[in-house]
Design a protein around this ligand. Structure first.
Ligand code: PLP
Length: 445
C-alpha cells in the first residue's frame, strides 16, 4: 500500500534527501509524502523498488511513445553501443533521423539536434532573434515551454499578480530571473483573438517571435481554436515575426505533428521527448532560410550552436528506431486507444455521479473534476476541491495497479492494448465511486 513509511521507496527518498535538495533532480517526479522509485519497466508496465507493478500512464511525460523496452529500440541501441556511444564527429544516423523528420513535418525543411526540449525551444528563440534583429518574444499565459530563462514567464501565475485579462502581466515563474527577462517576454491571453492580435501588433517593432503549443499540456490539453491559430499565423506573417510551434509534448499527436493536425505551418518548430526514442533529446527545425543562421559555412556565423552530446549516435539510433515504427497506422491505433480511454473515463465520471470532464486528443488524456467549460488559463477550474479529488484518484490508482500523472493526465503508449485501457478505466471508476462517497459524506470543505 502507498504510502508506507517502511517501504524501500520511502527509505530511498530519505536517503536521497541527504544528498539532493528535495531528494531528487526533477520537480515533476515528486508527490507527497514520497515519490515511488522505479526498478524496471517492460512494455506498458513499470515496477517499483518494492515490487509493485503498475500500468504506466505517465510514459515519462510523453517521451515514451512505445512504453518500456521496445524491442526495435533496444536492438538499435545494442547495435549502436557496439560502435560508438558519443564521438566528436557527425554520424550518418543523425542524417537519417533528420531526413525522417524533414520528410514528415510540413514546417521543417532543415533541423538541428540538441539534448532537451528546453534547448530546442531556446535555440528556436535565439534563431528568431538573430533572424529578425528584434529582442522580444511572446508566449501564452499558462503554457510551459521548458526551463530557458526567457520562457519561464507566466507559466502558472497567481490571480494576485497576473494583471489584466487582455494584457496579462509578465510574471516570473521562478526566482532567479532578471527584470530584463520579464521586460522582453510578452504574455498573450490564450484563445482571445482580438486581445492577442492587438498585443502582437502593438509590440511588433520589437517582437522577434511568438511561441505557441497548440495543445497546452499545462492546461489539461486545452486546444487553441482554429481562429486563434489562424490569426496568429496571419499577423506574424504580415509583421515579419517568427512563429514557433513548441511541439515537444504534442508532436505525438500525429504523423505530421500538431501542425499537420491544424493545417498551419509555423516558421520554426521545437521538438523533443518522443523523437529520442526514450533518450534525452531536443531539436529545432524550420524553414531553410531561418535555419541558415546556424550554418557555420556562412561567415561570420550568426548563431553558434554547440553541445557535447548534440545528435549523439545513441539518441539518434533510438529516436530513429522509435519514429520508424510510428507509421500512420500506428498513430491511428494509438488515437483509437486514446478515444477508448476518454470515453471510458467519461462514463466512469457519470457512473460515480461526480462533476467532471475529460479532455485531450490522440494519445493524451486529461481529467478535470468540474463541468465548467474553459478555454484559457484564467478559466481553468483549479480550486481546492477539484485538486483534492484528482489527488485522491492518483493515490487510489497507485494502489490498484495504475500510475497516472499526479495532476490528472494520462499518456498512452503503443505497448498498451484495449484490455490495458479497460483495466485503467475500471480501476478509475472504482476510485471515483470512493471519491464520490467521501465527498458526499461531507468531508469536503
Ligand atoms: C517537456 C517540455 C519542454 C521541455 O523539454 P525538456 O526535454 O524537459 O527540457 C518544452 N516544452 C513543452 C511543451 C514540454 O512539454
Amino acid at each position: 500500500m502507498y504510502p508506507d513509511l517502511n517501504s524501500r521507496s520511502a527509505k530511498l527518498y530519505e536517503r536521497g534527501r541527504s544528498v539532493m535538495p528535495g531528494g531528487n533532480s526533477r520537480v515533476g517526479v515528486m508527490f507527497e509524502p514520497y515519490p515511488l522509485y522505479a526498478a524496471s519497466g517492460k512494455g506498458c508496465r513499470v515496477i517499483d523498488v518494492d515490487g509493485a507493478e503498475r500500468i504506466d500512464f505517465v510514459n515519462n511525460w510523453s517521451s515514451l511513445i512505445h512504453g518500456h523496452g521496445n524491442p526495435a529500440v533496444l536492438a538499435a541501441l545494442a547495435e549502436q553501443s557496439q560502435k560508438l556511444l558519443a564521438v566528436g564527429m557527425p554520424t550518418e544516423v543523425e542524417i537519417e533521423l533528420a531526413e525522417l523528420l524533414c520528410d514528415r513535418v510540413p514546417g521543417i525543411e532543415q533541423i538541428r539536434f540538441s539534448n532537451s526540449g528546453s534547448e530546442g525551444v531556446l535555440m528556436a528563440l535565439r534563431a528568431a532573434r538573430a533572424f529578425t534583429g528584434r529582442a522580444k518574444i511572446a508566449k501564452v499565459e499558462g503554457a510551459y515551454h521548458g526551463n530557458a530563462d526567457s520562457i519561464e514567464v507566466s507559466v502558472a501565475p497567481s490571480p494576485k499578480s497576473f494583471g489584466s485579462p487582455t494584457a496579462p502581466t509578465s510574471v516570473a515563474a521562478t526566482e532567479g530571473l532578471t527584470e530584463s527577462v520579464l521586460r522582453d517576454t510578452l504574455v498573450l491571453p490564450f484563445n482571445d483573438v482580438d486581445a492577442t492580435r492587438e498585443l502582437i501588433v502593438s509590440h511588433s517593432a520589437d517582437l522577434a517571435a511568438v511561441v505557441i503549443d497548440p495543445v497546452v499540456s499545462r492546461m489539461g490539453f486545452v486546444e487553441a481554436t482554429p481562429e486563434y491559430l489562424q490569426m496568429i499565423r496571419e499577423v506574424t506573417l504580415e509583421l515579419g515575426i517568427v512563429l514557433i510551434f513548441d511541439e515537444v509534448f504534442s508532436f505525438r499527436t500525429g504523423y505530421h505533428g500538431v501542425q499537420g493536425r491544424y493545417g498551419i505551418t509555423p516558421d520554426l518548430t521545437a521538438l523533443g521527448k518522443v523523437i529520442g526514442g526514450g533518450l534525452p533529446v531536443g531539436a529545432t527545425g524550420g524553414s531553410a532560410e531561418i535555419m541558415s543562421v546556424f550554418d557555420q559555412t556562412i561567415k561570420p556565423l550568426r548563431v553558434e550552436h554547440g553541445g557535447t552530446y548534440n545528435a549523439n549516435p545513441m539518441t539518434m539510433a533510438a529516436g530513429l528506431a522509435s519514429m520508424v515504427q510510428m507509421t500512420p497506422d500506428a498513430y491511428a491505433r494509438l488515437d483509437a486507444l486514446g478515444e477508448r480511454a476518454r470515453s471510458g473515463l467519461r462514463d466512469a465520471i457519470a457512473d460515480a455521479g461526480l462533476p467532471g470532464k475529460v479532455y485531450g486528443c490522440a494519445s493524451m488524456v486529461s481529467l478535470i473534476f468540474s463541468n465548467e467549460p474553459f478555454s484559457n488559463y484564467r478559466e481553468l477550474p483549479l480550486r481546492r476541491r477539484e485538486a483534492e479529488m484528482v489527488y485522491m484518484l492518483h493515490r487510489y490508482l497507485l494502489n490498484h495497479g495504475v500510475q497516472i500523472i499526479p495532476h490528472g493526465m494520462l499518456i498512452l503508449s503503443t505497448a498498451m492494448t484495449e484490455a490495458d485501457i479497460d483495466f485503467m478505466v475500471d480501476r478509475a471508476r472504482d476510485g471515483m465511486r470512493e471519491i464520490a462517497t467521501t465527498f458526499n459524506s461531507g468531508s469536503s470543505s
